[in-house]
Ligand binder design. Structure first.
Ligand code: ADP
Ligand code: MG
Length: 323
């Protein structure tokens, strides 16, 4: 069961991080194994997203910027088994309506790449260019033509930290992809893409956390959990270190959080918030998905079942002997 809420009406683009999210999800959909995101001035004046994915054919470039144009299949299964992250076909049109966009793209079958410029929804350039296989988007002057929305942006430092948080989540949810994040010329994150979640955790959180992890592994019909549990000694005073991804997407959910926290509490007899990075795969029939343009809300048909599975996964992991 699925509710698609306001898919057409919703404003996808609120801030630089929303642009980066949409463009990186497109890169992932395009099969990229390496994605570089560079921003300046919190992303407000400059964002560049480069991938080594399949590229866009010259003849498809224009139409990719039309509203509701998507090359991706949309089905209930798609939305849940988010092999394909995009589903609305409105990211490129929304972004190009409120910024100055430059696209350089080349497929491996083409000899020349394509340079395309569009600003405020108006096409400016479509021409040949030399380019490596893959796609680069440069976004300049976000909301330059919509001052009311520009006013809602926070300081460059705050906007940059939103992008940084997003990059962290993307790296943790896709260990097989190399992500680099450069802010004002400084490299802030650079994962190897070797597929090892533990290496990503080490890179982001450092040695203390990475050397105090227990493995989580749980498989039950309709629900599969993998990832890492921080040993209780590295638990924290807030929820910021509870990372979980449902079917590939970062999620916040009270049932899941409670199951994780209860399992820790029953194990340690202490009230603290754990460090976890969990990848949760849930079958479609167990979950109601309410898809907003910018977030995914989960509702479970059988809350108790989901709670029990997550609780058991964590409980079991905590009782396993150390790695
Ligand atoms: P959606 O992702 O929902 O299909 P978008 O507006 O985000 O819609 O993108 C429109 C289309 O542009 C995509 O369906 C895809 O065909 C193409 N596209 C966008 N970004 C890339 C990319 N980085 N690599 C290859 N194709 C892309
Ligand atoms: Mg998309």
């Amino acid at each position: 069961p699925i509710t698609i809420d306001k898919i057409a009406a919703g404003e996808v683009i609120e801030r630089p991080a929303s642009v980066v999210k949409e463009l990186v999800e497109n890169a992932i959909d395009a099969g990229a194994t390496a994605v570089v995101v560079e921003i300046k001035d919190g992303g407000i004046s400059f964002m560049r997203i480069t991938d080594n994915g399949c590229g866009i054919d010259r003849e498809d470039v224009r139409s990719a910027f039309l509203r509701h144009s998507t090359s991706k299949i949309r089905s209930v299964d798609d939305l849940l088994h988010i092999g394909s992250l995009g589903f609305r076909g409105e990211a490129l049109s929304s972004i190009s309506a409120v910024a100055q966009v430059e696209l350089i793209t080349k497929t491996k079958d083409q000899t020349f790449g394509t340079l395309y410029r569009i600003a405020g929804g108006k096409e400016e350039t479509l021409e040949d260019t030399g380019a490596p296989d893959g796609t680069t988007f440069i976004i300049r002057q976000l909301f330059y033509n919509t001052p009311a929305r520009r006013k809602f942006l926070k300081t460059p430092m705050t906007e940059a930290s939103h992008v940084g948080d997003l990059m962290t989540r993307l790296a943790l949810s896709h260990p097989h992809i190399s992500f680099q994040f450069i802010n004002n010329g400084q490299s802030k994150l650079h994962t190897s893409g070797n597929g090892k979640l533990k290496d990503v955790i080490y890179h982001i959180y450092g040695r203390e956390i990475a050397s105090n992890l227990l493995k989580a592994e749980y498989d039950t019909p309709g629900l599969k959990i993998t990832g890492f549990l921080g040993k209780p000694i590295i638990s924290r005073g807030n929820r910021n270190f509870e990372n979980y991804y449902v079917n590939g997407r970062y999620a916040r959910n009270s049932i899941i959080s409670r199951a994780i926290e209860d399992a820790y509490k029953d194990f340690t007899m202490q009230h603290k918030y754990p460090f976890v990075v969990l990848h949760i795969e849930i079958d479609g029939e167990h979950v109601d998905v309410n898809v907003h343009p910018t977030k995914m809300e989960l509702r479970f048909n059988n809350q108790q079942e989901v709670y029990n599975a997550i609780y058991s996964a964590v409980d079991q992991g905590l009782h396993e002997k150390e790695l």
